[in-house]
Design a protein around this ligand. Structure first.
Ligand code: EPZ
Length: 425
């Protein structure tokens, strides 16, 4: 196993570029199964979730090759299976996009219930509701989701909850269905717009993404495409918060600042000095920030994916902050770890009450999910002493070489191979 060893009290300084958005890339790659023509995708991050997806596409019969840094060539003409290998598909959440994509392509799919970060209950009832409305039969048998449709037909679907995954999955299946599909109460995340742009460039007819009503007119076939994935707003936000927490000065390049509006607004509210350019954001060196209340919501609300990093920043703000997690009820597993470092945080239902302004002291920590893991790395960088973070396979699932990139900005983080965990049992 590997762990990170972080020498604390280092200020980040310099410039970094943001990679392509994980949560767009993990949908765009399965979407390439909807055509038998060649698809070229740029700006794909080197992360484990993507490696697993590539393995799955190959196992289904596609030819997939890497093109330099971040490029991917997918030729799905040879796809001859609708059963992604179970041992790969149940490792990560985004494998659920193979449902919509394979249903759209083959009319059927058999896949394990998706795995991924444990953020509390993560049902897929809205995905299933969408597929059923499109005319598919869905059965859950022995942990497998079996979906089959003799013909997919457009339908009017009102989502009960605003769901990124369900919105994209229904879009994928509906792109080649017969007739018109309308998704109401759709999620509005920029990654959904990116997937729609990809589909439309292949010849699909999707309008309304970025609003809560999406209309898809199905087409019989889709063609080849070249597409570049949008920048990762969550990665950008992670670097912004890390810069602010270390009171450093970091230029973050290749971003779409508009996608970060809720994060920019919150960081300004707590007193982090920022400069914003057309495709960059600079965090300027500041003093300790002020406390604030943060409420996570679907886009354009404050992203749940930055709740954990933001909480680390708020541990440094003298006074009381309240962080309310309104998207995933179990997304507080980083709290116990931050408390080991001396942070004063009390959990009350979906709220974390933080008494900030105390120095964090290093401790052995265990990451339990991707963004919580990134938050622990930030906590390590601002704490006194040397912090160990285990469970870093979660971080590698979604950040490309996170510690190397922090190191280039002045952090002191070593990745070490070890045979034993510091945690007993
Ligand atoms: C996506 O997850 C992202 N994952 C998550 O990123 C992100 O945190 C989340 O959207 C919210 O922005 C990918 O894009 C691969 P949801 P997803 O469906 O699609 C409930 C990261 O760290 N719900 O929008 O799984 C659900 O339980 C990750 O990068 C249902 O009730 O999220 C949650 O409370 C982790 N039924 C809420 O909706 C359903 O059928 C929003 O979930 C689907 C969801």
């Amino acid at each position: 196993m590997e762990r990170l060893v972080i020498k604390g009290k280092q200020r980040l300084k310099g410039a970094t570029r943001v990679n392509g958005a994980k949560n767009a890339a993990v949908a765009v790659i399965p979407a390439s199964l909807l055509t038998s023509s060649q698809v070229k995708i740029e700006n794909i991050p080197h992360i484990t979730d993507i490696e697993w997806l590539i393995e799955i596409l190959k196992a289904l019969g596609a030819k997939v090759s890497r093109l330099g840094k971040g490029g991917l060539l997918v030729d799905s003409s040879g796809v001859n299976s609708f059963t992604p290998p179970h041992e790969l598909a149940d490792k990560f959440r985004a494998s659920y996009y193979l449902m919509g994509a394979l249903l759209g392509r083959c009319g059927q799919v058999e896949i394990p219930m998706p795995g991924g970060c444990n953020l509390g209950p993560r049902p897929i009832d809205q995905h299933i509701k969408g597929f059923t409305a499109l005319g598919a039969n869905v059965n859950l048998e022995h942990g497998l989701v079996k979906i089959k449709a003799s013909k997919l037909k457009g339908a009017h679907i009102y989502l009960d909850v605003v769901s990124v995954g369900a919105t994209i999955n229904i879009m994928l299946a509906a792109a080649r269905a017969e007739g018109k599909t309308v998704i109401e109460n759709a999620a509005k995340e920029p990654e959904i717009v990116d997937v729609a742009n990809f589909l439309n460039a292949m010849g699909a007819r999707v309008v309304g993404t970025g609003t809560d009503i999406i209309k898809i007119r199905g087409v019989p076939s889709l063609g080849g495409v070249e597409h570049s994935v949008i920048p990762d707003r969550i990665e950008a936000g992670t670097f912004m918060i890390a810069a602010a927490a270390t009171q450093g000065e970091v230029l973050i390049e290749d971003v779409i600042p508009k996608h970060l509006d809720p994060v920019i607004a919150k960081l300004k509210e707590v007193g982090v000095p920022l400069e914003i350019g057309p495709d960059w954001i600079k965090v300027l060196a500041g003093n300790s920030c002020s406390p604030a209340d943060v409420k996570t919501f679907p886009y354009p609300g404050f992203p749940t994916d930055l709740q954990a990093p933001m909480m680390v920043l708020l541990t440094q703000a003298p006074g009381t902050s309240i962080v309310s997690e309104n998207v995933f009820e179990g997304r507080f597993r980083h709290v116990a770890e931050l408390k080991k470092m001396g942070a004063r945080i009390k959990l009350e239902g979906r709220a974390a009450i933080i008494e900030g302004g105390r120095e964090l002291i290093s401790a052995p920590l265990k990451a339990a999910d991707l963004r919580g893991g990134a938050a622990l790395v930030i906590a390590g960088m601002i704490s006194r002493g040397e912090t160990i973070v285990e469970g870093i396979e979660h971080i590698d699932r979604g950040y490309e070489h996170l510690e190397e990139r922090f190191n280039r900005l002045g952090a002191k983080i070593a990745r070490k191979k070890v045979t034993e965990s510091v945690f007993p049992g």
